[in-house]
Ligand binder design. Structure first.
Ligand code: IMP
Length: 339
């Protein structure tokens, strides 16, 4: 990795000298130190540079990939316009207004040249960076689930802080992230990081399941598809009970586990990871009509009831998911504020 400042490129661009022989010479001379170094990718770090792209590509050669910071900026701006509902919907004639923090006359000249428009910019003065305002993209949190029950439970803690909460149901076009991990954490990270990258928004993802000690932790990450894909809760429970047929009651200990991962776009190393679990025992005879999945067989010795005999709010107070949510509630605000 190497870096190179190219201050002479800026005046070339601003004086509209983007194709002249002078520009060709300046670009060739400036980039010479980068040649024959085996460079495969060049990030054009200043938004002026991409306007010299054909000359830069010519000097570097066709095998070098140019990354265009201007294009990245345009996509960021278009996301912000969308977010604030300012993007034109095409049914109205386009209007524009220009603002500059620099010299308005100069701006009008340069921007007018580039855009082939008559530009009349107003000058704005920015006294100081606002400090208490979060970037727009951080005002929305996406819950990586289409299960409205789950979304509603998780949404409450973010909505209480004024954030807008969306779920995958709001992004029907986004590609599904496959859950190919070997642990709950791996799967939750895959989903949180994958959707955060695709949506360019912070994402909370979860992965849960049942681990039975006598079955070496099975069904684990395969809890939803223990009896095979396309099977339902009844088939999963039937397989579980069959596999435990020879195991005595005191050895049927089990844990429900949830891992929650909160991810910011393209920063997987900083993911916030929390866990929650609850211990119990797998009974041979199902009890209770509430809950879902393995609940009717998950017996809680301290309460003398199965999970399916608890009301939703009783379950939340002791469940793996409830415990993970309380762990997230205690930590996410500080993590979210970090740059
Ligand atoms: P998910 O990751 O929350 O979708 O959970 C995966 C699978 O684990 C579910 O399809 C259930 O089979 C099982 N599971 C997770 N949480 C629970 C629970 O609270 N009760 C019963 N089964 C659960």
């Amino acid at each position: 990795m190497t870096e190179l400042a190219a201050p002479k490129f800026v005046p070339l661009v601003e004086s509209n000298e983007m194709t002249s022989p002078v520009a060709k010479r300046v670009v060739a001379e400036t980039l010479r130190p980068l040649l024959h170094q085996g460079i495969d990718t060049l990030v054009m770090g200043c938004t002026h540079y991409p306007l010299l792209r054909p000359l830069i590509q010519n000097v570097m050669g066709d095998d070098v990939t140019l990354i265009d910071s201007g294009a990245e900026t345009v996509s960021e701006v278009s996301m912000l316009l969308d977010y604030f509902g300012l993007a034109a919907d095409g049914s109205q004639p386009a209007t524009n207004q220009f603002y500059t923090t620099g010299n308005a006359k100069m701006f009008n000249l340069i921007a007018g040249n580039w855009l082939k428009l008559k530009v009349a910019a107003s000058r704005v003065v920015i006294d100081q960076e606002p400090t208490d305002v979060q970037p727009a993209a951080l005002k929305t949190v996406v819950i990586a689930s289409k299960n409205q029950g789950k979304v509603k439970e998780l949404a409450a803690m973010f909505e209480a802080d004024g954030l807008t909460v969306k779920s995958l149901a709001d992004f029907p076009a986004v590609a599904t992230v496959p859950e190919t991990g070997k642990t709950f954490e791996e799967n939750a990270r895959l989903k949180a990081d994958g959707y955060a990258k695709a949506l360019e928004l912070p994402v909370v993802a979860d992965d849960s399941g049942l681990m039975v000690d006598a079955l070496d932790g099975a069904p684990g990450v395969f809890s939803a598809r223990y009896a095979g894909s396309g099977h339902n809760d009844a088939a999963n429970n039937a397989k579980l009970i069959a596999n435990l047929a020879d195991i005595p009651a005191e050895k049927r200990t089990a844990t429900f586990h949830t891992t929650l991962v909160f991810a910011k776009p393209n920063r997987p190393a900083e993911d916030l990871v929390v866990d929650g679990s609850v211990q119990g025992r797998i009974t041979g005879v199902p009890r209770g009509d509430n809950g879902f999945g393995y609940d009717p067989y998950f017996y809680l010795p301290k309460l003398g009831k199965t999970m399916a005999e608890l009301s939703q709010s009783e379950k939340n107070q002791i469940s793996h998911r409830g415990n993970a949510m309380r762990a997230l509630e205690a930590k996410w605000r500080d993590w979210y504020k970090e740059d």
